[in-house]
Structures are given as structure tokens and as C-alpha cells.
Design a protein around this ligand. Structure first.
Ligand SMILES: CC(=O)Nc1cnc2ccccc2c1
Length: 456
């Protein structure tokens, strides 16, 4: 009798006599390792964040799309030693298929573009907020899932696409109360590495792996990477040349160490000039050490970071002109970024500029003083809901004290009380919880009252 948890409780209580009743193990009420539950306050924060992302995306003319969280593993079997493919949340399904929970959204987007075989009018500006997964040995107790705002422009080969993406990202930061003192965006181009490798005769097929290794330089010292770079077949002189180029943090200085007329530098200069036009130049800074960790970036790359904290990466992106070809599709230029839901929330919390989401914030609490007036309370709640007001109708016979506490804890605006004396006069009591005043309103005038009370 009773559900598992109560049976468990009973079994525990009757412990002494439980030699016969199998001691049922209680259900583990935690979510799976590395994942999160979103209780209403958490969900209000998440919805607020997603609403900010969505409104910026639509401000910039981006359209929302989605794809299954489950994809064929073959979308992610890149052999460039990336962290994101090294920690694939993959398995074999009951049909024997090699599948994976998506670690990122861009390959699904590429698959969707390819499925339309050129039938999609380009350029396209699409966005999505997918939950993405990774399977990490819980050595570090890090999360195995996060939500990541994706913004992508397909079919534009010029840096106009990257400039638009950077501007959208900055617009989000400004919207949530951050300034260019809080956050910066480092910009570079993998074209710089491509030109250096070409100049030194390194075959193109080493490019992606070299970039992924160079990205690791952010975290581990060169001599740890040096072996891997040499294992890739890069000469010591090449590695020295690369590191000398990558430590540049100004366009002027890097121009001095690159062959004259570098296309990568030309593009970066044009991009920085467009950032000026967008009014975001003070957010953006050139940094030749930024290469990002995804194998498929081919050109401009960028990374938003918090200037004061541990310089954590908040978001990142870049140009990836060859992705569709690697899937067997037509060459199609593309650029985009991914923006995770974790670091930004930590940053806003640290800066104390996260809105509060404790209350449900419904407009009105309606309750009947005494159950014989419940039917009347239902009618009152219905009138108010018909006016579009969010109403929490108290479903049980509760004391006024409890209702007022419930209403203020949920940051409700008003309490409408159906009480016997007033009801006999065809009236209800309306209590304004923000100022603590109360008055009576004719039931027939409740609609007008609601219009006037919430006209803001
Ligand atoms: C800070 C954080 O939660 N990062 C995170 C969490 N889950 C992921 C899952 C897939 C790919 C990247 C991920 C990154």
C-alpha cells in the first residue's frame, strides 16, 4: 500500500520486524550526476536569461530553430583531439545505432542546412538555445549539461557576419547590465596561423589539430604541448615561429612579424573598423593567442571573457567555412557563436545584478472567507482572469493570516477577499499589498478595477 517512499518509511519504522518485508531502498531523489533540476525559482531565472537571449536574437533578425538532442555519433567523430568530442555522451541504442547526446549545436545546424540541399535561401541568420551534453568522468564534479545560446550566420563570406555577431553579443551584455569594464571580447583570426604554417610549408591537414593544441596553451605550459606539436610533425623552428606570432596583442606588432599584405590582418582591421561603426570598439581587443578549441574554425575567432574575475570565457565563436564540406556538402561560408548558461549567471551573481526570482509574482490572490463563499471566489477569480490578470485562487479554506503571508511571499500585487458581509452588498474587499490599504469594490466593477489597477 502507498507509494515507494511511504512503503520505505513503513519498512524503516517496522525495522525490527522487517526480516520478512524486503527493506525497499528509497528512490534516489537526486537528478543524474552532472545534471540539474530547475525548481520554480531556478526556472524563473533560466526563463529570464533565455528571454534576454531571444529578444536580442530577434532584434538582430535571427530566426529560432531546433534539432533533436540525440544525434548520430558520426556528426562528432572529428579526430583533432578536441575536449568536446573527447567527452562525447555517446551510446549504442536498442537498434544498434551509434548515437550521442549533442555536445554542441553547430553540427546539427550543418546537418539541417545540408538536408535542404541548397534549397534554403541564403544568407540565413538562425539561433537556438539547446541543452548540450558531455560525459566527464566525475573526477572534477563538473556539470555534464548546459544550455548554450547559439547564433549563426550562413552564406556570408565577409567579416560583416562576425561584426553583426559581436554586436549582438554586446547588446546582450548591455541588456543585462554589464559594461566593457566588466567584459571584453578578444578577437583573432586563425588565418594568422594558417599563413604562418603555409609560409613554413606545413601541410594543411595539420591545421585543425595544430589550432586545437595551440588553444590548450591557454591552460597548459608550452613544453607540455611541444611534444604533441612535434608528434604532429611540426619542426621546432615552426613551433618557435608560431609561439612568437601568438604572443602578439596588437595588430601593429603582429603585422611586423607576418608576411606583408596578410589577408588575416586585413580582415581583422576591417572587422575592428566595423566594430567602431557598431559603437562596440571598446569591448573588443585583438589577441593573437585566442584560437578557441573547436577544430572547424577557419578564420576569425573570438572569445568574451570577464575582465575582473578569473578571466573565465563567457562565450566564444568564429568563422567555420569548411564545416559543410566535411559533411559532404557544398562549400558554404558560416560564422557563429555559442554562449553557455553557467558562467554568465555566476558573473551576474558576483556583480549582484541578477534580478530576484523568489516570488511567483502573480497579480492577485483571491480567497473566500469560509468555504460557503468558495463558489463566489471562483466567479471573482474568473472575472479577473478574463481581464488577463494572473490569479492565484486559494483552493482550500485558509485563515486570512496564512493567505496574506502566502501572497506577500509570492510578491503578489493584491489580495481580493470574498467575505460574507461585503458579499451580501455585492462587493469584495481588495487589499493593495504594496501599500497595505484595503477598500471594497462592486463585483460588477471588478473588470474596470483590474484595468485601472494594472494599466501601467
Ligand atoms: C560551466 C559549465 O557548466 N560548462 C559546461 C557544462 N556542460 C557542457 C556540456 C557539453 C559541452 C560543454 C559543456 C560545458
Amino acid at each position: 500500500d502507498g507509494d515507494l517512499l511511504s512503503r520505505t518509511a513503513d519498512a524503516a519504522v517496522d525495522g525490527r520486524k522487517s526480516t520478512t518485508a524486503a527493506a525497499v531502498v528509497a528512490l534516489d531523489s537526486n537528478p543524474p550526476k552532472g545534471t540539474r533540476d530547475f525548481y520554480p525559482p531556478d526556472m524563473r531565472l533560466r526563463s529570464w536569461l533565455f528571454d534576454q537571449w531571444r529578444s536580442v536574437a530577434s532584434l538582430y533578425g535571427f530566426s529560432e530553430y531546433d534539432a533533436p538532442v540525440l544525434e548520430s555519433e558520426s556528426l562528432y567523430t572529428r579526430k583533432a583531439g578536441e575536449e568536446v568530442t573527447g567527452q562525447l555522451y555517446n551510446f549504442v541504442d536498442k537498434g544498434g545505432r551509434n548515437v550521442a547526446l549533442r555536445p554542441e549545436m553547430t553540427p546539427s545546424l550543418a546537418r539541417m542546412v545540408m538536408a535542404k540541399k541548397g534549397g534554403l535561401p541564403l544568407p540565413l541568420k538562425w539561433f537556438s538555445i539547446p541543452q548540450c551534453w558531455r560525459y566527464e568522468r566525475m573526477t572534477r564534479g563538473r556539470r555534464r549539461e548546459h544550455y548554450q545560446w547559439n547564433m549563426d550566420v550562413w552564406g556570408v563570406s565577409g567579416i560583416e557576419a562576425e561584426a553583426e555577431l559581436l554586436s549582438a553579443m554586446v547588446t546582450f551584455f548591455v541588456r543585462v547590465g554589464l559594461t566593457s569594464d566588466d567584459v571584453g571580447i578578444k578577437v583573432n583570426s586563425r588565418g594568422v596561423i594558417a599563413e604562418v604554417l603555409a609560409e613554413l610549408g606545413v601541410p594543411e591537414d595539420k591545421f585543425a589539430s595544430t589550432c586545437v593544441l595551440v588553444d590548450k596553451l591557454e591552460k597548459v605550459p608550452l613544453d607540455e604541448i611541444r611534444e604533441d606539436l612535434e608528434a604532429l610533425g611540426l619542426e621546432r623552428s615552426t613551433i618557435e615561429r608560431l609561439t612568437s606570432v601568438l604572443t602578439n596583442t596588437s595588430i601593429e606588432s603582429i603585422s611586423g612579424v607576418l608576411p606583408p599584405g596578410s589577408r588575416a590582418i586585413e580582415q581583422l582591421s576591417a572587422l575592428l573598423d566595423l566594430c567602431d561603426a557598431y559603437g562596440i570598439r571598446d569591448w573588443v581587443t585583438f589577441d593573437a593567442s585566442v584560437v578557441r578549441g573547436l577544430a572547424y574554425y577557419t578564420g576569425v575567432v573570438f572569445e568574451a571573457f570577464d575582465r575582473r574575475g578569473a578571466l573565465r570565457a563567457i562565450a566564444g565563436g568564429g568563422r567555420y567555412d569548411r564545416l559543410l564540406e566535411t559533411f559532404g556538402g557544398e562549400p558554404t561560408p558560416a560564422a557563429g557563436f555559442g554562449f553557455g548558461d553557467a558562467v554568465i549567471v555566476e558573473l551576474l551573481r558576483e556583480r549582484n545584478i541578477l534580478p530576484s526570482f523568489e516570488g511567483s509574482g502573480f497579480d492577485i490572490v483571491v480567497f473566500a472567507m469560509g468555504s460557503d463563499l468558495y463558489r463566489a471566489a471562483v466567479e471573482v477569480a474568473s472575472v479577473l482572469r478574463a481581464e488577463g490578470r494572473t490569479v492565484d485562487l486559494i483552493l482550500e479554506d485558509k485563515k486570512a493570516k496564512w493567505v496574506f503571508k502566502h501572497a506577500s511571499r509570492n510578491e503578489a500585487g493584491y489580495c481580493v477577499i470574498v467575505a460574507e458581509a461585503e458579499y451580501e452588498n455585492g462587493e469584495v474587499v481588495v487589499k493593495d499589498l504594496s501599500v497595505g490599504e484595503q477598500r471594497t469594490v462592486k463585483i460588477g466593477a471588478l473588470g474596470d478595477w483590474a484595468k485601472e489597477a494594472f494599466q501601467s
